[in-house]
Design a protein. Structure first.
Lengths: 479, 100, 506
């Protein structure tokens, strides 16, 4: 039997890079570790080039249990970009905190590999393997700043809850396997088409457990309580990585499994999903208001944004899928930016994560102030920034699918969110005192990452047409 | 041969015991063991279904799950060691640095 | 050049913002002059626009259209007609003058002027945009710099004022966004193009919705959308009871920003109603205009005047006089008569120039005395004769003295309203008396009487300040004597607008 290995190229390249970084780490001196950054970035760029090369090919490997269609490639590029930005913004952070550089980058790359697998998996077991590869990497990354007690605590919480959720997810897969006779998504779908009644209770239970497991991963309310603690305790670049890439990976899986293969069951899960979306955005926004730490605020805001993204899943169809993919792009740009500014505020042992630490930043570090204002406004959904365009298409997809109530609740929620996003801007420009922030000379890579995020936020807002087309084409390739 | 339902009910009970253990026990190591219990319940389900359906797929999956569970246990124990170094305690109630 | 005149007018200030941001931080004068330089071309183009505008043509002129997000039928679509031309002229003029009124800002000069130029782009964009999506974006873009300008360069309670302004306006924009989406999905094919939405206005039904409370009110889809848009615009006008942000924002904002707020931002509410509610939702307009524009406008006139009378703070007095004067605009709009509606649009322009002058005048003495307590002055006429002369001109114009511009527009409004709602017109006319009351009383307390010892040596108004006031004064006099200079431009479009609604009046 001939195996087509081409679809594995990008992920193989990522693993290869990770292993080279790990190996090389053993042989180079501490002041030469900057080399590892470059190797990681080059590796990611190469993988990105390969993914680009494969664009439109729609190839499968191992009897189609891995499908590298445009959907998977879209997410591959997103994860590679996220990994690159994470590495750029953590270069200075890991040096300040004595985290082992080589291992840190290698783990970021390995988690990225897991994510790519999740987006490309067309078999529930492969999806599970990707999820675990990603999760285990991120558990370690969370606790990697070992000198800090909070980091271990965060890692413990994340690990326990992650493993707990995995149990549910896996049980769900087992039940679906029993009911459909296979874990291959294509065969599950055809089994669904043939016998509607056979084993339907087991199937429903399986789908429900899968649903719960994924809800844990995307941090939907009421499965969200770990998020603020974990994001708060983890090193800030890792928090950003979790907020963006881990969430995107879970949504990629959700879209492929629920929006596509299990879409015959749509009527069964629309209502719970809708409740989940409403609850998630409302609770996320309400709790974000009362925070005194910007990092925790961003954690709650990421919960609220998961709620917005769930709107797209409820809406489904072409417009929902397109809105989901586009919003993930926009969300990635602005969230990385916001966490990046937070990293720039850190000085040695002092994290400077409270609102009061932002006081006067707009005048002390004009670039950081301006960038942070952009990110906050974009997260709050102001035109003409990425967040507005993204939300606009999300709400539009809800209306197209007939969920007008969802669109209205979403709009009111984004109004609510303005309260806490604006507080950061008020602090930066209307108060005095607070932290100094790193100057450019001390953190050029970080500034580069923030600048990329600024460009992305503005570009996706002002000229969304190309990215929207891309999102649509990618989503359609699922069918 | 015992019918499929016996296995399913047994594994559901084991899974429930695991869930209960995670929720109510007050020691990280016991919680970790409870999670392993959940995964093993899932393994039992897979085997039972594989036998019932006459397909090898389920049995292969169990090997994957066991490997992953082992990897998870390694990471979990490492984190437990790291937390014990800071706190000298493994009681989740004492994790108050980050408010829940 | 002339093909893209509106684009140039809109984006010149944005280019100016980029230039200002690149200038060195310490060179304050350079930043100021650069800002003036970049607001001058829009003003010159506005003069050109005024001379080349075809007053006979009721349709859109100087149209520019380009695809922007083709997948959703979103276009870059700008143009002017009789409804917007006066506002475009006013915006170009006031922003240029306000650069000079901002000369005294010495904290964060670069940031101030950069934001000011961004604000300019946003305002101009709102008045020229004819694509709903574009309109909304400009509307929001304008909100942000305003928030910062009040919040950073404002008075002691600036944060409170800025946030209040922001939240009020944002609440309105969310309603507006929902209304925009509702209209978008009702059109076929889905479009944000205002002209197409207007052409399809018959699609937006008026059959009562069958759920509470709309069934009770006999409101259809059109009425609900109308109300959502109306609340968004009423907050900007500001109509009672959405006006409470205004006194705070005006009092805390720096002088030039108060001028912009009163002179241009308040007009956007009325402009939006004319541009969007009237032609797109004519049946709902016919049903609801009496209550929500006519009666509410009259109440605004009287309520604003009474509040103004009770103020001790000079700036707050001017702020409440704005509430009162915008009432005339609403009343005139609601009459659907040629006089009433052109009076309303003329009143929008005149209020911009007159209130602009009043805020500038308050700024002049505030810069010298550092307080705005009306009773704390007295006898300024003897110390500052030129200043007093200009002030009296502005006060009389605001009062509606014949021969000055305020008179013409108020009379047109009242005449127009008389034909439809005699009672409201009579009540509105009584507002004129109240206005005269509080303005004359203020003149007496500030300028006449015994000279306050403290201000014996108050320096006379200087050349820069005079430069900001004189052009406005001249316009006030010209439009008072020859209002057709502006009215001619408006008439054709406004008549056409009236004709869209009148058939639906019961």
């Amino acid at each position: 039997m001939e195996t087509n290995l081409a679809p594995l190229l990008p992920s193989a390249e990522v693993v290869l890079t990770a292993l080279s970084v790990l190996l090389l780490d053993l042989f180079i001196r501490k002041d030469e570790k900057g080399l590892l950054v470059w190797i990681s970035l080059i590796g990611l760029a190469l993988a990105g080039g390969m993914a680009l090369f494969l664009w439109g090919s729609h190839e499968g490997a191992f009897q189609d249990s891995i499908l590298l269609d445009d959907f998977a490639l879209f997410f591959t590029e997103l994860f590679l970009g996220a990994a690159a930005i994470t590495i750029l913004s953590s270069v200075h952070y890991v040096r300040e905190t004595n985290i082992h550089e080589g291992e840190f980058y290698a783990l970021v790359l390995l988690s990225t590999f897991g994510m790519i697998l999740m987006a490309a998996a067309n078999d529930l077991i492969l999806f599970f393997l990707g999820l675990e590869t990603m999760s285990i990497g991120v558990y370690i990354l969370t606790g990697m700043w070992r000198e800090r007690s909070q980091a271990s605590e965060a890692a413990m919480k994340y690990f326990l809850i992650g493993a707990f959720a995995t149990g549910f997810l896996l049980y769900g897969i087992a039940l679906i396997y029993g009911a459909a006779g296979s874990t291959h998504l294509g065969r599950i779908a055809s089994a669904l088409g043939q016998t509607k009644s056979h084993g339907s209770i087991i199937l429903s239970a399986g789908v429900f457990l899968l649903f719960v497991g994924l809800a844990f991963k995307v941090a939907a309310v009421p499965f969200h309580f770990w998020v603020p603690d974990v994001y708060d305790g983890a090193p800030t670049p890792v928090s950003a990585f979790m907020a963006v890439a881990v969430k995107a990976a879970a949504f990629a899986g959700w879209a492929r499994i629920f929006l596509y293969q299990l879409s015959p069951l749509q009527s069964e899960w629309t209502l719970p999903l809708k409740a989940l979306a409403i609850l998630t955005m409302t609770v996320g926004n309400l709790l974000a208001i009362s925070q005194s730490s910007v990092k925790r605020m961003l954690a709650y805001s990421s919960i609220a944004h998961a709620g917005y993204l769930l709107i797209a899943l409820v809406a489904g169809g072409e417009s929902g899928g397109q809105a989901l993919l586009f919003y993930l792009l926009s969300y990635a740009a602005m969230t990385f930016g916001a966490f990046g500014v937070l990293i720039a505020l850190k000085e040695g042992e002092n994290d400077h994560e409270a609102y009061s630490d932002f006081a006067g930043l707009g005048f002390k570090r004009p670039f950081l102030g301006m960038a942070m204002s952009l990110f906050m406004l974009s997260l709050a959904g102001f035109p003409p920034l990425a967040g507005f365009t993204g939300k606009f298409y999300l709400f539009r997809s809800a209306v197209v699918a007939g969920h007008i109530d969802l669109a209205i609740i979403g709009a009111l929620n984004s109004l609510l969110s303005v309260v806490y996003y604006l507080r950061v801007i008020v602090m930066m420009y209307m108060e005095e005192g607070g932290a100094e922030g790193k100057p450019f000379a001390r953190a050029p890579y970080l500034y580069l990452a923030i600048a990329i995020a600024v460009l992305g936020t503005v570009y996706l807002g002002v000229l969304p047409a190309p990215a929207l087309d891309l999102s649509r084409i990618s989503f359609i390739s699922l069918h | 041969m015992a019918p499929l339902n016996y296995y399913l009910v047994l594994s559901a009970i084991i899974f429930a015991i695991g869930v209960a253990g995670v929720v109510i026990r007050r020691n990280f190591i016991v919680i970790l063991l409870s999670i392993e219990l959940m995964l093993n319940a899932v393994n039992l389900t897979f085997i039972a279904f594989a036998r019932y359906l006459g397909s090898m797929e389920g049995q292969v999956i169990v090997f994957f799950v066991m490997t992953v569970a082992a990897a998870e246990a390694v990471v979990g124990l490492a984190i437990i060691i790291s937390i014990f170094r800071h706190r000298r305690s493994l009681d989740p109630r004492e994790m108050q640095l980050l408010k829940w | 050049m002339t093909d893209h005149v509106l684009t140039y007018m809109t984006f010149f200030p944005l280019a100016g913002m980029v230039v200002v941001l690149l200038l060195p931080r310490e060179r304050h004068d350079l930043v100021r002059w650069a800002s003036a330089l970049f607001t001058l071309p829009p003003l010159l183009l506005a003069v050109w626009l005024y001379r080349n505008f075809d007053p006979v043509n009721p349709g859109l002129q100087f149209v520019e259209k380009a695809a922007w997000i083709p997948a959703y039928n979103i276009n870059y679509f700008v143009a002017v007609d009789g409804i917007s031309i006066s506002m475009v002229l006013l915006t170009a003029l006031l922003t240029f003058l306000c650069i000079f009124a901002s000369w005294g800002i010495d904290k964060g000069v670069k940031g101030y002027f950069a934001l000011f130029l961004l604000l300019d782009t946003g305002m101009m964009g709102v008045f020229v945009a004819l694509d709903f999506f574009l309109f909304y974006i400009f509307w929001e873009v304008m909100l942000l710099p305003m928030y910062f300008l009040i919040g950073i360069w404002g008075g002691p309670r600036r944060e409170y004022a800025a946030i209040k302004f922001f939240l009020y306006t944002l609440f309105g924009s969310v309603l507006m966004l929902l209304a925009i989406l509702a209209l978008y999905f009702s059109s076929e094919p889905h479009t944000f193009d205002m002209t197409q939405l207007i052409a399809q206005s018959s699609r937006y039904g008026t059959t009562p919705l069958h759920f509470w409370p709309f069934d009770h009110l006999r409101w259809g889809f059109q009425h609900v959308v109308w109300m959502a848009l109306f609340i968004g615009f009423a907050i900007k006008i500001p109509a009672f009871p959405f006006h409470t942000w205004l006194p705070d924002a005006h009092v805390e904002a720096p002088t030039a920003i108060s001028v912009i707020l009163a002179g241009i931002l308040l007009k956007m509410g009325a402009y939006g109603i004319l541009r969007i509610n009237y032609p797109m939702l004519p049946e709902a307009t016919a049903d609801l205009a009496y209550y929500f524009l006519g009666a509410l406008g009259t109440w605004n006139i009287i309520y604003g005047a009474l509040c103004a009378m009770a103020q001790k703070d000079f700036k707050k007095l001017v702020a409440y006089s704005s509430v009162s004067h915008m009432g005339y605009v609403m009343l005139g709009m609601a009459s659907f008569t040629p006089q009433g509606i052109s009076g309303a649009v003329l009143q929008m322009f005149n209020h911009g120039t007159i209130t602009g002058m009043l805020f500038l005048l308050v700024g002049v003495i505030y810069d010298r005395a550092h307080h705005r307590d009306i009773d704390g002055f007295g006898g300024l006429a003897a110390v500052m004769p030129v200043y007093t002369g200009v002030s009296v001109l502005a006060f009389f114009a605001s009062m509606g003295l014949p021969g000055l511009s305020g008179f013409i527009s108020e009379v047109l409004v009242l005449l127009g309203a008389w034909q439809k709602y005699p009672l409201l017109s009579a009540l509105g006319a009584s507002g004129v008396i109240l206005t005269a009351g509080y303005l004359l009383w203020t003149i007496q307390r500030v300028y006449l009487g015994a000279t306050n010892e403290k201000y014996k040596a108050m320096p006379e108004i200087n050349g820069r300040e005079l430069f900001t006031l004189v052009p406005l004064g001249i316009i006030v006099i010209i439009l008072g004597v020859y209002p057709n200079a502006l009215l001619d431009l408006l008439r054709a479009s406004l008549d056409q607008l009236n004709q869209l609604v009148i058939p639906h009046l019961s």
